[in-house]
Design a protein around this ligand. Structure first.
Ligand code: PEP
Length: 250
């Protein structure tokens, strides 16, 4: 039985005062909900948000991290720093990192290993571009990203890994994959897990859908067998939209 998991990616939005106010509202309005919940503010607000959420049922995450624990990496943030600031989860391989900042599977794999060694939970994002979907390459792209990103990750480490399927053409565009389309790719991801690991791991792995999830489409998505949660961008910036997404089952 997989526990639903809803995560909010605040991207490069909100100063510390806004982040504190949103975290306080979420803490109060989401207390006692059944899904796992995480929010990932920008690096500069992690400590502020983690302090507000300490002792609550909402985890604090980061949106990225360096592939190194310390050293000469100008402009980067290490997993040790994320933990020090109060984060317990890190999103890796987001399509904006892949496509705007040139991150590739080998680099993402280094980050995945380091995060897991440092006992951070990982949300590993995979997903195809519109051109790849139109060329009928979705399964191949997702398989390559999973095999590359998870290379060398053990079955035991997988307990701290969540997959987010985020079709690039649906992120921040208002276009959502239909529940049928998303569920079909999630089923394919489980087949990849059977091949890379085994059927038990394929059954266990939590797979979020991401791409313009909103209060009015979350129920349809979460009703599908292979969709276990959501990674939410724009709609995670306001309680009016994020709270009903988390409470999709009420
Ligand atoms: C995201 O950035 O992970 C995302 C899914 O964004 P949005 O919900 O705005 O499409």
């Amino acid at each position: 039985m997989r526990t639903p998991y809803i995560a909010g990616n605040w991207k490069m939005h909100m100063n510390r005062a806004d982040a504190r106010a949103l975290a306080m509202e979420l803490r109060d309005k989401l207390s006692g909900v059944s899904p796992r919940v995480m929010v990932a503010p920008p690096f500069t607000s992690i400590e502020t948000v983690a302090t507000v959420l300490q002792g609550s049922n909402i985890m604090t995450g980061a949106q990225n991290m360096a592939p190194a624990a310390s050293g000469a990496h100008t402009g980067e943030i290490s997993p040790l720093m994320l933990k020090d600031a109060g984060a317990s989860v890190v999103i890796l391989g987001h399509s904006e990192r892949r496509h705007s900042y040139g991150e590739h599977d080998q680099l993402i794999n280094e980050k995945v290993h380091l995060a897991l060694e440092e006992k951070l939970e990982v949300i590993l994002c995979v997903g195809e571009t519109l051109a790849e979907r139109e060329a009928d390459r979705v399964a191949k792209v997702v398989r390559t990203q999973l095999a590359g990103g998870l290379k060398g990750v053990t079955t035991e480490q997988l307990q701290n890994v969540t997959i987010a399927y985020e079709p690039v053409w649906a992120i921040g565009t208002g276009r959502t994959a239909t529940p049928d389309d998303a569920d079909a790719v999630h089923a394919e991801i489980r087949r990849v897990f059977t091949d890379l690991y085994d059927a038990a791991q394929a059954e266990k792995i939590v797979i979020q859908y991401g791409g313009s999830v909103k209060p009015d489409n979350v129920k349809g998505l979460m009703g599908r067998d292979n969709i276990d949660g959501a990674l939410v961008g724009g709609a995670s910036l306001k309680t009016d939209s994020f709270v009903p997404i988390v409470q999709f089952d009420t």
